[in-house]
Structure formats: C-alpha cells, structure tokens
Design a protein around this ligand. Structure first.
Ligand SMILES: C[S@@+](CC[C@H](N)C(=O)[O-])C[C@H]1O[C@@H](n2cnc3c(N)ncnc32)[C@H](O)[C@@H]1O
Length: 386
C-alpha cells in the first residue's frame, strides 16, 4: 500500500483514524507526469512513492492491529486465513514491539467466510491474460462500464472514488487512469492480491481488503462510489447498501448494479438456466475446492460453445478458453448468495438513504454495441442530498 492510503483508512470497528507502523517498505520511482498530477491533487509525492509491504495499522481505541500483508492492508475484523498467516510470520514481533495490541479476532458475518473461499478461488485460480474481461475483450468491457457508470473522460478529475468489490481490479485501474481520480478499490476476497499484482503500480490506485458491511472509511468520504455485481452476493444486499451508501459525501454520487429478477425471465433459455442454478448453487457452494472444480467441469464446454457462437455471430471479439469458462462457471455456481432485486426496490433504498436525482438503467437507451445484460439488470445511481 502507498502510505497515502493510511490517510483515507479508518478502523472498521470504531471509525477512528489509524496509526501506520511500516515494517517492510520499498520506493517506487515516480515520473514527472505523476508528480505533477500529485501536485494538482494536493498529494505529497513521497506518499505515493513509498509502498508498505508489511506492517500494521493500529486502532488505539480498539487495541487492534490490522495487518498489512504483501502490500495490501487487511481491514478484516475476523481471523481470516491471511490474518493467521501474518500471525505466524510477525506475531512475535507484534507482541514484542506493540504490547497490548492484538490481531482482529471478531466473528465473521454470515457468508463472509464463504466469500473468502469461493470468490477467492474464482479470482486467484484465474490466470488472467489481461485481454479478456468476463465475456468481452477488456477494452469493450471498460467502454461498457463507462457507459453504465455514465462517466465522461476526466469527469472525476481531482476527486476521490471507491469501487466496492473490485475483483481483478481492471475497472478500478481504468476509472483511475481515464478519470484523473484517486481511486480506492476494496474487496473482501483474495482477489485483492491479484489486483495488487496487476495494478498496484498505479500510483493513484489503492487496494484494500475489507467487507462492505464494515468498510474502513469515515462516513461521507467519497465523491463517487460504484459497485457492480457485488452486494447481491452478501447475506443482505440492503444492509450492505446502507453501509456503503453512508460513505458518499454530500453531493457525491453512488452507483449500484445488482442482479435483477427480470434478467432471468428474458428468454426460455434463461428461465431454464435459472432453475438449474437454483438447484445446483446451494449444493456446489458447500463442496470442498477440488470437488467444486469437478462439479463445474461439465459446464466448461457449454460456456465455451456459447461464446464461440457469439463470436461467429459477430457479437463478441474475445479469446475465450477453459480458464475463462471456469471463471464464469465459478461466478455463477459457487457464491453462497445471489439475490435478485427489482429497480423499484433499489430506488427505494436510495430514497431512504437520502439520495436524489435518481437515474434508472431501464430508462436509458441501450446502444447496439452494449451487451444486453449491462442494463437488463438493476442499475441505479443517485446524488446524496442529506
Ligand atoms: C462477481 S465479482 C464482481 C467483481 C467486479 N466488480 C467485476 O465486475 O469484475 C463479486 C466480488 O464481490 C466480492 N465481495 C463479495 N462479498 C463482499 C463483501 N461483503 N465485501 C466486499 N466485497 C465482497 C467478491 O470477493 C468478488 O470479488
């Protein structure tokens, strides 16, 4: 993590500021363009150049030390595997140098441990080629995201943005570069390690591991928050919405995309697939890692065949092999939760949380190049009014 990130982070339990104790660091040389952009954002270049590989962030009130492991702050409030790994390597040093502090050991909320297991396999087992993003080529995916997020180039110039559930991190990196914004990407799963490996060198992009239910930021911190395909994978989309929405500044904007029940009834084929998912997912999610991979194997030729057909029809221009198919199958069939919400329901959440100027995806024009799923699901954004 860049030392800059410690300015934005707060204790996810008490929301108090944290003290950074850096144990292993390195310097990234910054080019002239980065220095001048930093100056325009009011950021000290040294805060972007110094990368902390390991250390802790101390919450003085809670007496908790949140570990920084492999360059990523782990703001998880329960004893996840990465916390245990840190304890093995640095536990003795922590007790010796920072007596009275303990690593996080609270309880996980329902489904959080499963996210660490299922989504982490989905991303860490995916040897991303940098070219294919889901079922599109990366540039087409980013263009589609710009359209759905309603972002014009440099619209967020000088602003602070948050992506909740970054997955592999390509969209956060794209938004950061094309918008002139400083961006924080957060995810509960070990996708953060893949994201850090690919995009950690972007000086204006920060990556943090944390849950949407206990975000490690003060309320009203961000000018723009977006979350795409994430909150419906939690035990309560609405509870996660409330927690994330509260991080939006007054006059800031919050964009949410979640699955819609309508998308699954668009065609007979989709209805049939939904029936299969409803039966298979609760079983597959409980299987151990290897058994999951075996259970998903028969779906691989189906995904690949479908994509090949899309390419033949001229609907897609993407390299789509076994790893992409396995990644898609995991995404569909391993999460513990995959709720579906209508646009009216989500609009109600925005209103209840003090957001106005609401825009509904269903009212937008769907350009011919935009894959239908982007707006056939529930996409709503609003501006915080109170
Ligand atoms: C389907 S992926 C979407 C990733 C990314 N937004 C994209 O479109 O490529 C869902 C992501 O949500 C993350 N996630 C699930 N529950 C979460 C939570 N409680 N807090 C933060 N991230 C969560 C998962 O780890 C996973 O990376």
């Amino acid at each position: 993590m860049k030392t800059r990130l410690s300015k934005h982070l707060r204790c996810p339990i008490s929301r108090e500021p944290l003290e950074l104790v850096a144990w292993e660091t390195f310097e990234r040389p910054l080019d002239a363009a980065t220095r001048s952009r930093a100056a325009s954002l009011g950021i000290e270049p040294a805060e972007l150049a110094t990368e902390v590989q390991s250390g802790v962030l101390l919450s003085k009130r809670e007496k908790v030390a949140f570990p920084i492991v492999d360059g990523v702050p782990r703001m998880i409030t329960f004893r996840a595997g990465v916390v245990a790994k840190f304890d093995e390597r640095f536990g003795e040093r922590l007790r010796r140098e920072l007596p009275g502090y303990a690593l996080p050991e609270g309880g996980a909320l329902e489904g959080e441990e499963e996210v660490l297991r299922t989504f982490s396999s989905e991303w860490t087992g995916y040897d991303w080629d940098g070219q294919t993003y889901w079922n599109l080529n990366a540039q087409t995916w980013f263009k589609a995201m710009d359209y759905v997020l309603q972002l014009e180039p440099n619209q967020l110039d000088g602003k602070l943005a948050l992506e909740v559930g970054i997955g592999i991190g390509g969209v956060a990196d794209h938004v950061c570069r094309s918008q002139g914004a400083e961006v924080v990407g957060m995810d509960l799963g070990y996708a953060v390690d893949v994201a850090y490996r690919h995009f950690g060198a972007n000086p204006f992009l920060h990556i943090v591991q944390a849950s949407a239910f206990k975000p490690p930021f003060a309320k009203q911190t961000f000018d723009f928050i977006y979350s795409f395909g994430v909150l419906h994978h939690t035990f309560s989309t609405k509870t996660a919405f409330d927690a994330v929405g509260a991080l939006t500044k007054a006059a800031g904007r919050f964009f949410l995309w979640v699955y819609s029940p309508n998308n699954e009834t668009r065609s007979l084929l989709r209805r049939a697939l939904m029936q299969i998912e409803n039966v298979a997912r609760p079983v597959i999610t409980k299987l151990p890692e290897k058994a999951q991979a075996l259970a998903l194997a028969p779906t691989i030729p189906v995904y690949m065949g479908w994509q090949a057909l899309q390419v033949l029809r001229g609907n897609a221009d993407v390299r789509y092999g076994v790893r992409e198919a396995m990644h898609a199958a995991r995404d569909r069939l391993t999460p513990k939760f995959a709720h579906r919400h209508t646009e009216d329901e989500v609009v109600g959440w925005f209103r209840e949380n003090g957001f106005g100027a609401l825009r509904r995806g269903s009212e937008r024009e769907v350009p011919s190049w935009l894959p239908v799923g982007f707006l056939a699901n529930t996409a709503v954004d609003g501006v915080r009014e109170r």
